[in-house]
Write a protein of this length. Structure first.
Length: 95
């Protein structure tokens, strides 16, 4: 599956090791204009706006989500549905 990034000139890639019991906060060095999240393995990812927060969005196994931000850095916490896995988080910033 291809991911198309339509804005920004620089990327910040993070490979975040997550597990199924603890939320991991994702922070960016620069404020991104858009964020893309996917997992290298076949496992669902839970995306939250706070540590242990509900409600949350579940990205199905093998899925990719991209979203755009307007003038703010996201408050982003992730975990996998089970086990320890690497989640790829890409922030795009710049004009």
């Amino acid at each position: 599956m291809a991911t198309v990034i339509t804005s920004g000139t620089h990327i910040e890639v993070q490979n975040v090791t997550c597990n199924g019991t603890t939320d991991t906060q994702v922070t960016f060095t620069n404020t991104p204009q858009s964020v893309t999240i996917q997992c290298r393995d076949a496992v669902a990812i839970q995306i939250r706006d706070s540590d242990g927060g509900t409600p949350y969005y579940t990205l199905a196994s093998g899925g990719v989500i991209s979203f755009y931000l307007y003038n703010s850095s996201p408050n982003l916490w992730i975990r996998t549905s089970s086990g320890s896995h690497v989640v790829e988080v890409i922030g795009v910033y710049g004009d």
